[in-house]
Design a protein around this ligand. Sequence first.
Ligand SMILES: *Cc1c(COP(=O)(O)O)cnc(C)c1O
Length: 439
Amino acid sequence: MTPPPRPTERSEALFARAQAVTPGGVNSPVRAFNAVGGTPRFIRSGRGAWLTDVDGNEYVDLVCSWGALLLGHAHPEVQEAIAAAVARGTSYGTPTEPEVELAEEIVGRTPIERVRFVSSGTEATMSAIRLARGFTGRDVVVKFAGCYHGHVDSLLAAAGSGVATFAIPGTPGVPASSTELTIVLPYNDRAAVDEVFAAHGDRIACVITEAAPGNMGVVPPLPGFNAHLAETCAAHGALFISDEVMTGFRAGKLGQWGLDGAVEGWRPDLMTFGKVMGGGLPAAAFGGRADVMGHLAPEGPVYQAGTLSGNPVATTAGLATLRLATDEVYERISLVAETLGTAAGKALADAGVPHVVQATGTMFSVFFTGETVTDFAAASTQDTAAYAAFFHAMLDRGVHLPPSAYEAWFVSSAHDDAAVEAVLEALPYAAHAAAEVGR
Ligand SMILES: *Cc1c(COP(=O)(O)O)cnc(C)c1O
């Protein structure tokens, strides 16, 4: 059954205006519909699990601002905290109390000892890399194919997220001298890590990895993989940087580290955070061992700064969000993720569409390929045309998925039974649509 077409005139008109003044009409490539076709929906408002676009259509949101909105849209208590902070002024360029409180909250919930706030995940990983180089006096950075760490020059080699969606091998504009110092390895490949350390161990400043990749779809680390990275770095005097910008306070209360490091008894030298910790406003952070962080200005020589870093409104939103992120919140998110992941898998199986559902903690994604995905090469075997058909069938039935087969699906604690039901109803139709174009 085909639902009546939804009006899109206003989104189309805004998109035309946007394209005239902004490259591609979007301020971040992942928002474009290039990989699935059609016009991105311009959203007017969000409440709980729901988005309303400028044409008045409603959607269950399975993007949640790319994972940032752990509690859903316009959570009343977060809104109240933000409104109160705004009423006191929006930025002072001085230290403030909310920064200290958020720093204490994060240090209390993670294995890091000191933290520095920035405004985006990109800044967090960029600063962590600089600090690792400054601390070790070495230049080489090891990363993994399909892991996305923001649009940092040296980290844009074989990256995930939009770089994967648009099949961009690297990007023009990054000098060879930046990526020459970046070694890219296949994810989950211990032997490759051992080989590279055997060959270049004394030149490697750090290994950076997504704690559990979510930017090529969700690819959990094989058991012991992160522990192996931590041990190998320690043995060679390199630093282990665990990028939890996506997984932090999202995969679970303690992030991905809560699922492996906390259980196995190791901790990263540096970690990066963003998304959830900003509560929907621009806030991110990097932190780690006190001796390493002590190399940062003004305590040490490695320079790093930001006019709006630790902004009082953003840190207030983050603090309110983390304080509300109780065990019950993660239980709800976990239940919803499990329900939707299982239902998506069943719908695709019933329709005969090759797929794999993968998860780590409360984070999950659906790969449109028949084989288990442990690295980027496997993620790239997806049938993206089938995903595009699936995506549009869901959108037509009021469910907004990420417009790319290479992204995680995100839910929030505001995804109540009505929202879940709406997704469950749409899935069989979308699976059927995918089957019709599937190869
Ligand atoms: C989103 C993301 C980033 C970049 O964060 P921005 O705030 O978009 O700059 C970095 N690392 C990971 C793992 C991410 O998911």
